[in-house]
Ligand binder design. Structure first.
Ligand code: SF4
Ligand code: SF4
Length: 540
């Protein structure tokens, strides 16, 4: 596909008929546009991971270590013993099929092995063969199969066609979380040196410098200084954004994309304006310069290694609590793993807003509050002077990013902020938002160009809902609170729903915020004329 550049109309013609081969047949075709390139040896070496070598998924010989099979089976046993959820998910699926049509990759590709139930069966069949009596005795008659190189290749193909979004788990009557099965599958593959570069390069950079791009502390400072200057040009106000300042009350951690990507960057301008306006005593850190954590897409061990820097920096700087920016998987890590893996954070205090005195008791263990919770509280207590008309050029819909919505229930706060900063807001259809939201199709480290066809296919259900509100209500911007979304939704929308932009929620806050002493605003945070109606959409 990547060579042929099919039109959206062609790509939307999905063939849902099975290919006629039984599901136990593991052979896959590594077709250009549908898989990711292997991790470069230098990145495995940097992380101390096994079997660094040159190889690609389409190679016949993957140069596996001689004992690869024993390594995988020993790894499975260890994880079955350590994670009760993994063992449970191997045993309790009744193959009811309730999850079958809930995965965006199945909907966009028609490939049955992208049904969550079948994705899990890829590993469950090996579990049966080696870890159950029935599987040992009756083999394929009970859905068991040997672990072969073809099976391993099939794992690689399909576990890197799952964005670990957890949509399927919402519909499973047994609560089976296929994302966790994918995570274990990727972890096992990593044991024999099979990983993708789009995940491991950011991990290696993060391990070395604290952020995904490998930006050094002076580069981080330059980026923040640049943002401060730009905000001054727009508002006439010079804000102070201190870095590595000991004794500040709050440590602010954001995804690194906020200071090197667009539209993320406008979100950063929004944060800086907000913090200045409320007089927040905060510091950034050049060492925990990324809340993002691609370790989540590699292994539990890697999650822990990359996350440790957040508490370490909070301790070093002597802050009272931590505030976190707009990111997706960063919050899954913070919300579900950080305290267990790197806590207890008893050297910090339970977060209390210095402006409203609201005590965030739900963050009593992590000691970390989401920027949307913090800002929504400010608005609710009437502490911000907001001119909603400054966002009149935006006709907004909101994409619930998978991790904040499904993994931590952050659903109302961003909507509350949007409704208080923008006058035009329209929801997408109910079965495509909130807990049932559709993934961007590029999360969990799959946002690379070589698998663009799968990204466009996987993102189709999301984009289709955007297209619906674009055509019905003239929506021209999709808001979200995830750095990966902000990077991957623009090309997706350009393909499936042209005319719709993408923005972070705090960009709207920065536009609407009337700052004390500001000069008359003539442009928004993008440097575009303030509230000038966008070019009318042809279909609106
Ligand atoms: S919905 Fe749950 S029990 Fe049913 S097939 Fe899917 S994973 Fe298995
Ligand atoms: S976690 Fe998401 S991408 Fe993975 S199987 Fe479930 S619905 Fe599909």
């Amino acid at each position: 596909m990547a060579d042929q550049n099919p039109s959206p109309e062609q790509l939307a013609q999905v063939d849902y008929r099975p290919n006629g081969r039984g599901w136990l047949d593991p052979r896959v075709e590594f077709r250009k546009g549908t898989y990711c390139y292997s991790a470069a040896p230098k990145n495995l070496i940097a992380l101390g991971l096994p079997n660094p070598r040159e190889w690609q998924p389409y190679d016949q010989d993957w140069k596996l270590p001689p004992d690869w099979k024993e390594t995988i089976l020993a790894g499975m046993k260890e994880r079955l013993d350590r994670y009760r959820s993994f063992r449970l998910f191997m045993d309790i699926c009744v193959r009811c099929g309730a999850c079958a049509d809930k995965c965006h990759f199945y909907l966009g590709s028609g490939d049955p092995k992208n049904m969550p139930v079948l994705r899990a069966e890829l590993i469950r069949s090996v579990y049966r063969r080696y870890f159950t009596t029935a599987g040992r005795l009756f083999g394929s008659a009970v859905g068991a199969r040997d672990l072969t190189e073809d099976v391993l290749k099939e794992w690689f193909y399909y576990f890197y066609q799952c964005t670990e979004c957890r949509r399927c788990s919402v519909f499973c009557p047994y609560g089976i979380d296929t994302a966790e099965i994918t995570m274990i599958g990727r972890e096992l593959l990593t044991l024999v040196g099979c990983n993708i570069n789009w995940v491991l390069e950011p991990v290696a950079n993060c391990f070395r410098t604290g952020n995904h791009l490998g930006i050094q502390p002076h580069g981080f400072k330059d980026s923040i200084d640049f943002a401060v200057d730009e905000l001054e040009e727009i508002t006439g106000i010079h804000v102070d954004a201190s870095i590595n300042r000991k004794g500040a009350e709050v440590l602010f951690v954001m995804p690194s994309a906020d200071y090197f990507g667009t539209p993320h960057y406008y979100t950063l301008l929004g944060y800086l304006a907000l913090f200045h306006e409320i007089g927040l005593d905060y510091t950034l850190t050049a060492y925990a310069s990324d809340g993002g954590n691609f370790g989540l897409f590699t292994s539990h061990e890697m999650v822990k290694r990359l996350n440790a820097k957040v508490y370490a920096e909070a301790r070093r700087l002597g802050v009272k609590w931590i505030l976190g920016g707009e990111c997706g998987h960063m919050w899954r890590v913070l919300h579900q793993y950080m305290d267990t893996m790197n806590g207890p954070a008893d050297f910090l205090e339970v977060p209390v807003s210095p402006v409203t005195r609201t005590r965030f008791d739900h963050a009593a263990s992590t000691r970390m509050v989401h920027i949307c919770e913090f800002t929504a509280d400010l608005i609710r207590n009437g502490r911000l002077n907001l001119d909603m008309s400054r966002n009149d050029h935006w006709n907004v819909t909101f994409h619930d990013s998978c991790n904040p919505s499904r993994a931590m229930g952050l659903i109302e706060e961003p909507r509350y902020i949007i409704r208080n900063t923008c006058r035009s807001f329209h929801e997408m259809p109910e079965n495509t938002i909130r807990e049932q939201t559709f993934c961007c199709g590029s999360g969990s480290g799959l946002g690379t160009d070589e698998n663009l066809e799968m990204r466009l296919r996987g993102g189709f259900p999301r984009a289709n809902a955007v297209r619906y509100v674009r055509d019905k209500h003239g929506v021209n911007v999709l808001a979200c609170i995830c750095a990966i979304d902000k990077a991957t939704l623009p090309p997706l929308l350009e393909y499936w729903a042209p005319g719709v932009d993408c923005a972070g929620v705090h960009e709207f806050v920065g536009n609407a915020l009337v700052m004390k002493g500001e000069r008359e605003r003539t442009t928004d945070l993008r440097g575009e004329p303030m509230a000038a109606p966008k070019e009318k959409l042809a279909h609106a």
